[in-house]
Design a protein around this ligand. Structure first.
Ligand SMILES: NC(=O)C1=CN([C@@H]2O[C@H](COP(=O)(O)OP(=O)(O)OC[C@H]3O[C@@H](n4cnc5c(N)ncnc54)[C@H](O)[C@@H]3O)[C@@H](O)[C@H]2O)C=CC1
Ligand SMILES: O=C(CO)COP(=O)(O)O
Length: 322
């Protein structure tokens, strides 16, 4: 059985390393030819995942036909903003695993990455999400993740990715799993702002706890199951990201309050929360649902509001019962 991994950033590379280290022949598709050649020559992804050796079963390629030839499934690990464009340019696989964490909002309402992959390919899709920093997964530090989707395929994903350091649970709540993964990025931006302003541990815990409630409110309104948000793909990933030294979202929040300009925020890698927060806030406005933490992040990240003013506004909200 052969697997194609689409996207040679940090996460695509880490997942390809995980599979190839288990002896699964894995083709890692890179968008840029020069990147595929560098991976082949150095057997390392120096730009996105430095210090991790690529196992022998991992074959990098820039050629779409070669990447997907004979693949039983394709793992999609490109940034959400590149999802449509990437899939439009590639041959189809029999089925897909979506490892992208993001959120879309348009005429059809809120859409998750797996839903977009499904609509574009008309093939079955399993979402894989959890507290999984690429830097740690690729170094075989232990973690767990959730494979959510059609039961038979979710079990296939469980068997395919599980190993001594990567424990995979299955779930039928794909929407909930993906909404958790998208919202935690928005909350990690907020956590980074609290870190950058040096507001302390109490402030961060209070913000994240209220943020988790917001994740549950938003996610259940969109059809996710409440228990999913208290699981690995919700709370689990929120903890991993909001307290992490690796997280690009948390670091972007910290950089924003230090005045780093918007362009430079994604220098270390994609910051999905900057896009997901737009979808969340647009949905909240259209539905008349209050999402105070997401709205505050949106004001700071996209409307130029001073972070302390955003915090004051959060603290001055009408008193209420927990
Ligand atoms: N890095 C991590 O630890 C994890 C990341 N994810 C998710 O995986 C997705 C990808 O993230 P990373 O691999 O970390 O990103 P990254 O920033 O490390 O790499 C992005 C990759 O996408 C490519 N890319 C950028 N713009 C593109 C475009 N317009 N068209 C095609 N390709 C483009 C880049 O060349 C690069 O290979 C995101 O949705 C992220 O939230 C999920 C779990 C863990
Ligand atoms: O999703 C992730 C860990 O589970 C990666 O988080 P960042 O994108 O913030 O680095």
């Amino acid at each position: 059985m052969r697997v194609a991994v689409l996207g040679a950033g940090a996460w695509g590379t880490a997942l390809a390393v995980l599979l190839a280290s288990k002896g699964v022949p894995t083709r890692l598709w890179a968008r840029r030819k020069a990147q595929a050649e560098a991976l082949k020559a150095m057997r390392e992804n120096r730009d996105y995942l430095p210090g991790v050796a690529l196992p022998a079963y991992l074959y990098p390629t820039h050629d779409p036909e070669e990447a997907l030839e004979g693949a039983e499934l394709a793992v999609v690990a490109v940034p959400s903003k590149a999802l449509r464009e990437t899939l439009a340019g590639l041959p189809l696989a029999p089925w897909y695993v979506s490892a992208t964490k993001g959120l879309f909002y348009g005429e059809e309402g809120v859409r998750t990455p797996a839903e977009v992959v499904e609509a574009l390919t008309q093939r079955p899709v399993v979402a894989l999400s959890g507290p999984n920093h690429a830097e740690e997964v690729a170094r075989f530090l232990p973690t767990a993740s959730v494979a959510a989707g059609p039961e038979d395929l979710a079990r296939r994903v469980q068997a395919l990715f599980s190993g001594p350091t990567f424990r995979v649970y299955t779930s039928r709540d794909r929407r909930g799993v993906e909404l958790g993964g998208a919202v935690k990025n928005v909350l990690a931006l907020a956590a980074g702002m609290v870190d950058g302003l040096r507001l302390g541990d109490n402030a961060k815990a209070a913000l994240l706890t209220r943020g988790l409630r917001e994740m549950v409110r938003f996610g259940t309104a969109l059809g996710g199951e409440e228990a999913t948000f208290y699981g690995l793909a919700g709370l689990g990933d929120l903890l991993a990201t909001a307290y992490s030294l690796h997280s690009r979202n948390r670091m972007a929040g910290e950089s924003l309050v230090r005045g780093v300009d918007r362009e430079a925020l994604e220098a270390r890698g994609v910051v999905e929360g900057l896009y997901a927060v737009k979808a969340m806030v647009a949905w909240g406005k259209a539905q008349g649902v209050e999402l105070p933490v997401a709205e505050a992040v949106h004001r700071v990240a996209h409307e130029g509001l001073d972070p302390l003013a955003a915090l004051k506004a959060l603290m001055a909200r009408e008193p209420k019962e927990e």
